[in-house]
Design a protein around this ligand. Structure first.
Ligand code: SF4
Length: 469
């Protein structure tokens, strides 16, 4: 065998148009030094691995869909382009995967870097005109936690007031004044209701990852998950917001906070689209106040009352401000009711009418047998009706179609190419790092966006063929 000597540098081995060269030219990671300065001693210890190298190392894993730190080390060792991006010469050793793994485990403050990196990439996308805020779409996807179902046990926990409890304060004050004007009645403050709403409930917790949440949804396998709630700008598919919660948190919980953050700090949002999980009354009011048009898939009404005469047997008389029951009796506005999750007008029939009514067996539940029929009407129902009145318009349908393409397409691309199927590390913080890195990688690598556009075109052709649009 003959040996040959080659006089090359690593610069010669990476093609001029390589994606990592373009990435290096546009993404400035110098902020990492500033964020991590407090973790390093200037006087003691051996020279550290450059923190920017560590961030790039992890980013490579998400950009190229490499699922573990151990495998990233192997790929970095044998790829010239990876070595070039990391600034490691051909004869130098790639950092050991365990150094990065241990740093992430032992120094939770290291995590701030991932949020900052995501925000920095979004900022640059806004600067380059890739984000318009004309229509943003929000959805969540489940990411499997590294927790076995065999380790689950039941714990009793106290139910917390709803996520929007504090926000409802302002609307309750406003509602109480309106109640007084409409009925002449004054209602007590909400203090008593807080106690009544704090019921105890049972929750499935995993011993291996107690911060994950047990998820049970139709069509999905049960187990411990995290949820990545993402908002995507539908112009170019840039992800502008990421919030991670345990898998048992409703989609509506982080929604308003995330959208308001984008509206104030990233780009003014003109319209928002979401599926039926986000059709909750308060969202209609808050978005209307912010001047954001809301395109939401209407949620099917569920009447959970345990009686034969359901809500649709009653009609609302706007002039009288009363519901009319099947026997023609009125249910008049009685009070403003506040539950853990919402604010409702409570309409109530006259007790004397109900007691002598031939339909009382069908109309009154066991608990109401000695009282009168009640109906709840959301305090924010008029805003919801205003928004949903346009649901058959072409632009409303178009916005929902774009939501489906961009949200579901984005998740599919992330799961396929950016490791968003499961998290290997445990804990909510680690899951958040994972989802942020995945979203950053997709924003940086337009390969994912190209896939979404192809899927979109394919679906559009299919829909046109089957005349479903
Ligand atoms: S029970 Fe009361 S509300 Fe129900 S139908 Fe009879 S009068 Fe009307």
């Amino acid at each position: 065998m003959q040996l040959k000597y080659h006089m090359v540098t690593i610069e010669d081995l990476v093609p001029a148009g390589h994606f990592l060269r373009k990435l290096e030219a546009v993404v400035d990671l110098s902020f990492v030094y500033e964020e991590m300065a407090h973790l390093y001693s200037r006087r003691y210890g051996r020279p550290p691995i450059d923190p920017v190298v560590m961030v790039k190392y992890l980013l490579l894993g998400f950009l190229y869909g490499i699922p573990s730190e151990r495998q990233i080390e192997v790929r970095c060792a044998d790829s010239n382009a990876f070595r070039w991006y990391l600034g490691i010469d051909l004869d130098e050793r790639v950092p050991d995967y365990s150094t990065i793994s241990q740093l992430r485990r032992r120094k939770p403050t290291f995590r701030k870097v991932f949020r900052r990196l995501f925000e920095e990439v979004v900022r640059q996308c806004v600067e380059k005109g890739l984000v318009s805020g004309k229509l943003v779409a929000t959805d969540s996807t489940h990411v499997k936690a590294n927790a076995s179902r065999a380790s689950e046990y039941l714990v009793e926990v106290q139910e917390e007031p709803g996520a929007y409890w504090e926000r409802l304060d302002r609307y309750e004050e406003e509602g109480l004044a309106e109640l007084e004007r409409r009925t002449g009645k004054r209602r007590k403050k909400r203090t008593k209701q807080i106690k009544r709403d704090r019921r105890r409930t049972h929750k499935r917790v995993s011993r291996t990852d107690p911060e994950a949440g047990h998820m049970k949804r139709p069509g999905k396998s049960r187990g411990q998950y995290y949820l990545s709630h993402q908002t995507t700008d539908t112009d170019r598919g840039i992800i502008t917001g990421v919030t991670v919660t345990p898998g048992d948190v409703y989609d509506s919980v982080p929604y308003l906070e995330q959208l308001e953050h984008i509206h104030r700090n990233v780009i003014p949002v003109q319209a928002a689209a979401a599926d039926s999980a986000y059709d909750f009354p308060l969202a209609h009011r808050v978005l209307e106040e912010q001047g954001i048009t809301f395109f939401v898939q209407p949620q099917a009404a569920h009447d959970r009352t345990n009686v034969e005469l359901k809500r649709d047997a009653f009609s609302y008389d706007m002039e009288q401000d009363a519901y009319i029951c099947p026997t023609g009796k009125q249910l008049r506005l009685n009070t403003l009711h506040r539950s853990a999750s919402g604010l409702y007008w409570l309409y109530q029939a006259d007790k004397r009418d109900c007691q002598s009514c031939p339909l009382r067996e069908k109309c009154l539940s066991e608990n109401d047998r000695r009282g009168a029929r009640k109906l709840e009407h959301s305090y924010f129902a008029s805003e919801r009706q205003r928004h949903l009145a346009h649901r058959h318009d072409a632009d409303y349908k178009d916005a929902l179609k774009k939501r489906q393409i961009w949200c579901e397409g984005t998740f599919a691309a992330q799961k396929w190419g950016h490791n968003l199927t499961r998290v290997l590390r445990r804990g909510l913080g680690a899951a958040e790092d994972h989802c942020l890195l995945s979203a950053t990688a997709l924003n940086l690598n337009m390969r994912g966006t190209v896939i979404i556009i192809k899927v979109w075109r394919h679906m559009k052709v299919l829909c046109e063929e089957t005349d479903k649009i």
